[in-house]
Every structure is written in structure tokens, then in C-alpha cells.
Design a protein around this ligand. Structure first.
Ligand code: BES
Ligand code: MN
Ligand code: ZN
Length: 508
């Protein structure tokens, strides 16, 4: 793996300073929908600009709607060269996710127009009623994630513009330290998301299972956690017949990546994160159609999220013992590939009839989940780009969630909401399990088209047994086909923030 994408903006200082004193290329203030007399920081800027903002509101050229961004030149009336007034929408609907989105949009706009420094207020912390430290965190995440670019494979642009510095402006000197801490934590999280995005975006000729393992080892070294990598022979000794069955079609050998952040804790891990790491999914002998197959380079997004999350928890020195397990394989058709009809023997001892070699994610996760349980993990979360059916059900907004334990589901849901990554729980009734019964083995790896996301989860449930477990299907959320808010085209790094939040909550 080549160099990592550096976080941009590189510097995010907190300054105790009035907005009207900020000196830089641009100043970001805001407007809620329906406000006719701008107050607070926006009011102060309006005054300095001779009432320009108020005038534009009266002329309906500025409404405060979400997505609206109005640049104004200050022509020396403020030390900042320009002001950008961003719409926040309705006050009652504005939340931290809105903060992230507005910062992403605003900073990309300013960077495009040549700004290298910007100052911002804490959107929603005043009249919006949001907690200032939480807003500082969201500002930082939105800024770094919104400025993300994956251009490592392009020749350098002649005038590549970079937003170097974002100043967070506050008037309360007393709260400065708390804001700085929040910015620092948010940077660690955003950089973990950046790492996950880089891994997802790296082409599959460069990101083989061995390369994914090398990237995990590099992250472990940089962030201070342990990384053990198992090769084919070790997996054979452990009896991982399902994982090896998927791997056998590829010339690129598999790896089992085992991460551990001990967080100063002895004994067993308190949670295991298991991430699907298919570095490319052709479907195998049950070959996928050519259209959009290139997007299957992102079929290791679950694994990338686990690597990112463990890195962040290690850098944050979270007092929690976390295990990360990533089965990394390439799903290829070849003379050595497994076939529909093959029966694979898993590490758990259960046998699986392969009906469709394109349902490979559940096969490798079966052995990875068994491994995580054998390491003593008392609760599990797996993250996987598992089914097209989940994309049909939930689209690109929410990831699918499935659980065998409602208490653990509630904890994961709350963490995901706090992190700003939406999930939606789908059912797990007994009856769905009947669809994956096999005549010749304990279970088969597909249950037909109907309820495909659910039967996939029911399949995984066989391998977690009684251990509290949540499965997150990120097939609809792992990539974005457009630039919007703090997301840009390509890998989203989804689930990193949720897993970090889960780890931080378990540390409390
Ligand atoms: N990696 C795919 C699922 C996927 C599809 C992820 C679209 C992201 C976007 C998975 O391995 C797969 O191929 N699943 C099959 C299962 C089927 C054969 C039962 C699917 O969903 O079609
Ligand atoms: Mn597949
Ligand atoms: Zn897949």
C-alpha cells in the first residue's frame, strides 16, 4: 500500500476571538431558515458589512435553506477576505449530522475558489442549542472527511489547491480546552475513516489479501496495537474450510488478520469486531455480470472499518480490550475455485453446501466469527458488504442491522446514532432460517432471492450461537456515487465511527 492520504485541513486551531477580528481567506457563518434579522456571529458580520446579509434576506436571495451557500466579499470591511453564509435549514431539524454536512460542503467550495485558510463558528451551538464540544467534534469530522480526495493514482494537478487551516472561533475562553480536546479526538476518528476510505478506494490489483494485511500491520505499528497475520497453512490447521474454500480460486493467497488493542486490560477481549475482507468479488464460478463489477473492489469495506476503528481506539488510548478479526480473500473463478455443490467443513465443525459461490462473504465470516468466539469475545459485531438484497431494502442511507440479542442491538444502535451513522434493524424470525436448510449438509449458503439480507444474517447466526451479536450489512452504504455533505465519490468509510463509539462506550 502506498502512502496514506493526509488529513486536510492539516491544522484546526481553536481561537478565542471575535469573528469580526478573524484574519484569513474566508469566514464561515450561518443562517437558519426563516430568520429575518441575523443575530450572534452572523449579526456581527452583517453589521460590519453594512447590513448586506439582512438586505439579501429581505430580497429572498438568502433563505437559510439546507445546501445554500452565499459568498460575500468583504472589501476591507472585515479582516477576513470573504464571508460564506451557509444555510442550516430549520432550527428544530438541525443536528450534528447537519454540522458535518455543512462543513464538508463549505470547505470544498472555499478550496475550489482558492482559499487556503478559513475560520468558522460552532454552527448550532448558540441558538441551535447543541453542545459546543460535540459541535467542535462534528465540525472537525465534517471538515476532514469533506476535504478527502483520493488522487494518488492521478498525475499531480498543476494548481492542486489545499485548505491548510481551519480556525474554530469561540468567544468563551473558559471552554477552549474542552473544544481542543474534542477537535483532537475528532481528528483521530476522521483519520481512521480516511484510512478506511483509502483502503476501499485502492484498486484490487494493489490491494490483495496480503496487501490488506500489510496495511493493517502498518496501522498497528503507527497507532500502537498488535497485529497477527495467519497464512493459509495456519488456517488449515484451525480447520477454516469455509474461508479456504472461497480463497482457493485465487492466485492471491488469503490472510486472516487478527488485531488487538488491549487498552491496558488483561484477560479476554470485551468485544470483537469482525469485518468482511473480500479484496475483490467476481462472484467466483457463479460469476457476476460485468456491469459495475469494479465496485466489488470495495468488498473489503467491513474489514477496512475494523482496521480504522481499532487504530482510532488505540490512538485514543481507550481503556478497553478490543479484538479485530478480518478474513481477507479474493473471490475468483478458476480451475482451482470451489463450485456450486461443494460441501465445506467449517472451523465450528458445521458443514455448508455451496449453492452459489457469489455468497462468499458469509462463508469467510462463518470461520472468522468462530475464531473470534474461540478467542473469548463475549460480544460480537460484524460489518460486511454482504447482500445486494440489503441495498434493495434500505438503499444508500441506512445500513442493515440484525441481532440475536436485543440488549446488545440497542447498545449498537445508540452508538451508531451518536456517531451519525444510521442503521435499521431487520427481522430474524425462526421461519427465515428454514430457507437455508440443506439436504446434504447442515446449511446451504443461499436461501433464494426473497429476504436475501435476512437469510444471509440467519446463516451467520449459526456461527455465533448464543454469543450476543449484531451484524451490520453495509452493502448500500460502503460507497457513494456522488459528492454530498462530508461524503465524496468512492468509499465512505462507513462503520468506523460506530465501532469507535461502541469501543469508547465499553471503556466507560
Ligand atoms: N459482495 C456482494 C454483495 C454486494 C452487492 C455488496 C452489491 C455491495 C453491493 C456479495 O458477496 C454477494 O455477491 N451477494 C450475493 C448473494 C446471493 C448470491 C445470495 C447477492 O447479494 O447477490
Ligand atoms: Mn459475492
Ligand atoms: Zn461479496
Amino acid at each position: 500500500m502506498a502512502a496514506r492520504t493526509p488529513a486536510e485541513p492539516a491544522r484546526i486551531p481553536v481561537r478565542v476571538q471575535d469573528v469580526t477580528a478573524y484574519r484569513g481567506d474566508a469566514l464561515v457563518v450561518n443562517l437558519f431558515e426563516g430568520v429575518t434579522e441575523p443575530g450572534g456571529a452572523t449579526g456581527a458580520v452583517d453589521k460590519a458589512l453594512g447590513g448586506a446579509i439582512g438586505a439579501l434576506i429581505r430580497r429572498k436571495e438568502m433563505t437559510g435553506k439546507v445546501g445554500e451557500a452565499t459568498p460575500l466579499h468583504t472589501f476591507g470591511r472585515l479582516p477576513a477576505s470573504r464571508v460564506l453564509v451557509v444555510g442550516l435549514g430549520k432550527k428544530e431539524q438541525f443536528d450534528l449530522e447537519g454540522v458535518r454536512a455543512v462543513m464538508g460542503e463549505a470547505l470544498r467550495f472555499l478550496r475550489r475558489t482558492g482559499a487556503s485558510s478559513a475560520g468558522t463558528i460552532l454552527h448550532g451551538a448558540g441558538a441551535g442549542g447543541l453542545d459546543p464540544a460535540a459541535v467542535a467534534q462534528a465540525v472537525t469530522e465534517g471538515a476532514i472527511l469533506g476535504c478527502y480526495r483520493f488522487d494518488r493514482y492521478k498525475k499531480p494537478e498543476k494548481d492542486r489547491k489545499v485548505l491548510e487551516e481551519l480556525s474554530i472561533l469561540t468567544r468563551e475562553a473558559a471552554g477552549r480546552r474542552a473544544l481542543e480536546d474534542a477537535v483532537g479526538r475528532a481528528r483521530v476518528v476522521a483519520e481512521a475513516v480516511t484510512l478506511a476510505r483509502d483502503l476501499v478506494n485502492t484498486p484490487p490489483n494493489d490491494l490483495t489479501p496480503a496487501a490488506l494485511a500489510a496495511a493493517a500491520a502498518a496501522a498497528a505499528k503507527a497507532s500502537g496495537f498488535s497485529c497477527r497475520i495467519l497464512a493459509r497453512e495456519q488456517m488449515r490447521r484451525l480447520g477454516m474450510g469455509a474461508l479456504l474454500g472461497v480463497a482457493q480460486g485465487s492466485a492471491n493467497p488469503p490472510r486472516l488478520i487478527v488485531l488487538r488493542h488491549r487498552g491496558g486490560r488483561q484477560g479476554k477481549p470485551v468485544v470483537a469486531f469482525v469485518g468482511k475482507g473480500v479484496t475483490f468479488d467476481t462472484g467466483g464460478i457463479s460469476l457476476k455480470p460485468a456491469e459495475n463489477m469494479e465496485s466489488m473492489k470495495g468488498d473489503m469495506s467491513g474489514g477496512a472499518a475494523v482496521i480504522g476503528a481499532v487504530s482510532a481506539l488505540a490512538r485514543l488510548k481507550a481503556k478497553v480490550h478490543v479484538l479485530g478479526v478480518i478474513p481477507a480473500v479474493e473471490n475468483m473463478p478458476s480451475g482451482t475455485a470451489s463450485r456450486p455443490g461443494d460441501i465445506l467443513r467449517t472451523m465450528s465443525g458445521k458443514t455448508i453446501e455451496v449453492i452459489n459461490t457469489d455468497a462468499e462473504g458469509r462463508l469467510i465470516l462463518a470461520d472468522a466469527l468462530t475464531y473470534a468466539r474461540q478467542q473469548g469475545a463475549p460480544r460480537l459485531v460484524d460489518v460486511a458488504t454482504l447482500t445486494g438484497a440489503c441495498v434493495v431494502a434500505l438503499g444508500t442511507i441506512r445500513s442493515g442491522a440484525f441481532a440475536n440479542d436485543e440488549g446488545w442491538m440497542a447498545a449498537v444502535r445508540e452508538a451508531s446514532e451518536a456517531a451519525g451513522e444510521k442503521v435499521w434493524q431487520l427481522p430474524m424470525d425462526e421461519e427465515y432460517g428454514e430457507l437455508i436448510k440443506s439436504d446434504v449438509a447442515e446449511i446451504k449458503n443461499t436461501g433464494g432471492r426473497k429476504g436475501g439480507a435476512i437469510t444471509a444474517a440467519k446463516f451467520l447466526a449459526h456461527f455465533v450461537e448464543k454469543t450476543p451479536w449484531v451484524h451490520l450489512d453495509i452493502a448500500g452504504t460502503f460507497e457513494s456515487d456522488k459528492e454530498k455533505g462530508y461524503r465524496v465519490k468512492g468509499g465512505t468509510g462507513v462503520a468506523v465511527r460506530t465501532l469507535v463509539e461502541i469501543g469508547l462506550r465499553l471503556a466507560r
